[in-house]
Design a protein around this ligand. Structure first.
Ligand code: 2IT
Length: 444
């Protein structure tokens, strides 16, 4: 495999898509050695076929705001790869959404879903619509307008969307409601639904819970536990909420949360009512963390990131590329032992290189945050069986899946000196599964 050639060809075909190229580059470097041991992959052009999405839908989304003015946003669905199962992946509503971001997310999702052990292909979708400051009625009208176009491309065995940044239970409810109205079927073609209409217990918590189960397993490889560990978390959305809840339950102390406006540092730890307040802040739609500092009388650092604090564990839970080389140096200098990406591609490549060079436990998003989509897979199973499992049953399955993902990383990522390169392990394990499925099904 000539990585440079593949990347430059891709760059020439898709100029101005840095996030997409970043995600592809990381995977190609990880799998190069294994790929070269399989000449049949090269002959079937597996890589060239895997880096391009199967198809992309782009559409306009016209809607009417509360003032009566017409607004026009862009909508997308990227069906990346369905070699191992129906397309599956979240929908992101954020002003920054563009093709590059959704293509990187769809590409990552393909490998992540392969790691979950469940039969799900990779997809992603979204819109440049910003939910910030929008009324509930505006959110509903936007979701309905978005579905007027998307509904014809999805289905329970075709493509099953879910939430991502800016899309939570409320938005999934509005989108699924419109989908059902148009389709006239109750087939559960969405995950993250409300419990009353086919949603699964634990799905809202699953990304954060699964992330902490994974971190627990990483720590166990060095005979450590989460007890009394100091943790920096970024973000304050659904993922951060699940992560903080589970971290506290497992005996750790979480001292930071962040928003686009900066971060708060709570030396006593974020617990109990403070965790609930985080959700309240999120639901306000303002997308700022500063009010936490006012309410609890703790410091707020405007325009800064939590990685400058001295912590044992760093858990990026906000968005892509939120931890760079400078942050990594600072964390390492402060003695960090473990970095678990719960956001997708949370760390810049230079930061990852530093963590690995310093033999710090680093878990990539596609492994650490896979509990979210895995539990979506469990929701699909329950819908298909027309039953609902108990919280204990779902949590137990989630636990098992995270252990399985960890084991795959150990199997494919352990280096001669015993260091577990989770990035390499996750990329190789995910790739091998998708590649073998593609090989078995012929040139398509
Ligand atoms: O990035 C992700 O894995 C998600 N946003 C969840 C996807 C899903 O289908 O549950």
């Amino acid at each position: 495999m000539n990585i440079e050639h593949i990347l430059s060809t891709l760059e020439a075909k898709h100029p101005g898509e840095p996030e997409y190229l970043q995600a592809v580059k990381e995977v190609l470097h990880s799998i190069e050695e294994v790929y070269n041991r399989h000449p049949e992959f090269e002959k079937a052009r597996i890589i060239e076929r895997l880096v391009e999405p199967d198809r992309i839908f782009t559409f306009k989304v016209p809607w009417v705001d509360d003032k009566g003015d017409v607004q026009v946003n862009l909508g997308y669905r990227i069906q990346f790869n369905n070699a191992i199962g129906p397309y599956k992946g979240g929908i992101r509503f954020h002003a920054s959404v563009n093709l590059s971001i959704l293509k990187f997310l769809g590409f990552e999702q393909t490998f992540k879903n392969a790691l979950t052990t469940l039969p799900m292909g990779g997809a992603k979708g979204g819109s440049d619509f910003s939910p910030r400051g929008k009324s509930d009625a505006e959110i509903m009208r936007f979701c309905q307008a978005f579905m007027l176009e998307l509904w014809r491309h999805i289905g329970p065995d075709t493509d099953v969307p879910a939430g991502d940044i800016g899309v939570g239970g409320r938005e999934v409810g509005y989108m699924y409601g419109m989908y059902k109205k148009l389709r006239r079927e109750n087939t559960g073609t969405f995950t993250g639904k409300g419990l009353e209409f086919g949603g699964s217990l634990i799905r809202p918590e699953a990304t954060g819970f699964g992330g902490l189960y994974f971190v627990q397993q990483m720590l166990a490889t060095r005979n450590q536990t989460l007890k009394d560990k100091i943790i920096a978390v970024s973000g304050f959305g659904n993922v951060a909420w699940g992560a903080v809840t589970k971290a506290v339950e497992l005996g750790a102390k979480v001292v930071t949360l962040s928003g686009p406006d900066g971060y708060i540092y709570d030396p006593d730890g974020i617990t109990g009512e403070k965790i609930d307040y985080m959700l309240e802040l999120r639901n306000s739609g303002d997308d700022i963390i500063q009010p936490y500092a006012q309410k609890y009388g703790v410091p707020f650092y405007p325009g800064r990131r939590p990685w400058e604090q001295k912590v044992d564990i760093a858990l990026p839970c906000a968005t892509q590329n939120e931890l760079d080389e400078t942050d990594a140096r600072q964390l390492i200098g402060n003695g960090v032992i473990c970095v678990g990406e719960i956001s997708n591609m949370g760390c810049r490549p230079e930061a990852i290189d530093l963590f690995i060079a310093h033999r710090i436990m680093y878990g990539p998003g596609k492994a650490v945050n896979a509990g979210g989509v895995a539990t979506s897979g469990l929701e699909m199973t329950q819908n298909a069986m027309h039953i609902a499992w108990s919280a204990e049953e779902v949590d137990e399955r989630l636990h098992r899946i995270m252990s399985d993902i960890h084991a795959q990383c150990v199997k494919y990522g352990t280096e001669p000196d015993g260091y577990i390169n989770y990035m390499k392990g996750a990329n190789i394990a995910g790739f091998m599964k998708v590649a073998r499925a593609m090989m078995a099904q012929g040139i398509l």
